[in-house]
Design a protein around this ligand. Structure first.
Ligand code: AMP
Length: 403
């Protein structure tokens, strides 16, 4: 018997991903995605607990239509918005500013604050708010809980959070480093400590979240002290389509010399840079395949791989200095969990200096759960720790409403 399920919603501007999660046994009685909301060809793909798949293709002009379709799919299996086992809806909210340091029950005042943060996350927060408001109409009595992508990073010290720009300008416009992917960094740093058989409060971990978006964090005794994303998710590592760190003067140069508009530069750095900008592919599997095939095309892919890895190595070095002592490096998300080549290249040659080293056989083994891939003698453990943001959101929301 469940002691309460949480419906986790990740609402984007034209899509909603959902998972019904039972935190007690980590099971997913249902999951799915609604895509192309407000566009032609809207569709919902739903997966039930036993793996059966159902698809709906029908016009879904807005989020309300999308969530109603989702609710109908859930209700068909007795898991709808009115079912007694459902205790909360947990929403992924991208920007919580400095204010939201914890999962938060949504009240009108909280909603207004999320709205006030829209200028800092103009694409994400409005979609997240739409998700909250729409879910509420489906059952006004169900608690709505916001879990913020920025929350885990609110502990980073001022020296790491400040940009060295005029303080008056920075404060007037709330310009500082906030960091993102916090739910993943929190989950993975704790799971990594457990994997080492230690309490998170005793362990210093560098977490490398390498998905299509990518970020690093330095976590000291369970508290985040540094992270690579900044005011927006553009700063830091080389990503699938984002540049990560560039000299800010690149932007002036593109404006003055290339005559590009701010919107065009935004599009360039966020959607046409990173791996895709360097070699035309943002999927690491494809990049590795091209490298193996060789030739001129393979060389382009190799350079993209090397730029990607070089940036990661710089961050590992910097975060080792920030932490003073590193117990583990944890790789997670699509690339981090699956690419043995990236993991090996990131720590190559570091064993005598910084300490991390991978065991080639352990690194190459394909397993599902968290695992250590460094040899027994390593001073710094290297681990693969699958992320699970939905579970983390469900656990946090469940604790808040049943706590
Ligand atoms: P995510 O954003 O965490 O879903 O990660 C997506 C990215 O993971 C894809 O763009 C791929 O680059 C990468 N990825 C997924 N599977 C593999 C794999 N088997 N080997 C290497 N990279 C992978």
């Amino acid at each position: 018997m469940t002691d309460g399920r949480v419906l986790v919603l990740n609402s984007g501007s034209s899509s909603v991903k959902y998972q019904l999660v039972d935190p007690a046994d980590r099971s997913r009685p249902a999951a799915g995605i609604v895509e192309r909301i407000g566009e032609r060809g809207s569709r919902l793909r739903h997966t039930t607990a036993d793996g059966a798949r159902r698809t709906r293709e029908e016009p879904m002009p807005d989020h309300r239509a999308a969530l109603k379709a989702m609710a109908a799919e859930l209700a068909a299996d007795g898991l709808g918005f009115d079912s007694p086992g459902l205790v909360a809806v947990g929403h992924r909210v991208v920007h919580g500013g400095r204010r939201f340091t914890e999962p938060t029950l949504v009240t009108p005042e909280v909603e207004a604050e999320i709205e006030r943060l829209v200028p800092l996350a103009p694409l994400h927060n409005p979609a997240n708010l739409t998700g909250i408001r729409t879910a509420r109409t489906l059952n006004p009595n169900l608690p709505q809980v916001a879990v913020f992508d920025t929350a885990f990073h609110t502990t980073i010290p001022e020296a790491a959070a400040r940009y060295a720009i005029d303080t008056g300008v920075a404060d007037a416009h709330r310009i500082r480093r906030y960091g993102f992917h916090g739910t993943s960094h929190a989950h993975v740093s704790r799971a990594c400590a457990r994997l080492l058989g230690r309490d998170p409060s005793e362990v210093n971990v560098i977490v490398l979240h390498l998905g299509n978006g990518a970020s690093a964090s330095a976590v000291a005794g369970g508290r985040c002290v540094e992270t690579s994303m900044g005011l927006t998710p553009l700063e830091g590592l080389v990503m699938g389509t984002r540049s990560g760190d560039v000299d800010p003067a690149v932007i002036f140069h593109l404006s003055r010399v290339a005559g590009m508009s701010v919107d065009a530069i935004d599009d360039l750095l966020n959607r046409r840079s990173g791996l895709i900008g360097l070699c035309g592919d943002n999927d690491m599997r494809e990049i590795r395949r091209r490298i193996d095939e060789g030739g001129e095309d393979g060389e382009r892919a190799r350079l993209a791989f090397e730029v990607y890895v070089h940036r990661l190595r710089k961050y590992v070095g910097a975060y080792t200095a920030v932490l003073g002592r590193v117990d583990a490096i944890a790789f997670t998300a699509g690339v981090g969990e699956n690419s043995a080549e990236v993991r090996a290249a990131v720590v190559a040659g570091m064993d005598e200096g910084l300490g991390p080293v991978v065991d080639p056989e352990r690194n190459a083994r394909r397993e599902d759960g968290p695992r250590i891939i460094s040899p027994e003698y390593a001073r710094v453990a290297v681990a693969v720790v699958p992320t699970d943001e939905e579970l983390e959101i469900a656990v946090q929301a469940h604790a808040l409403v049943t706590g």
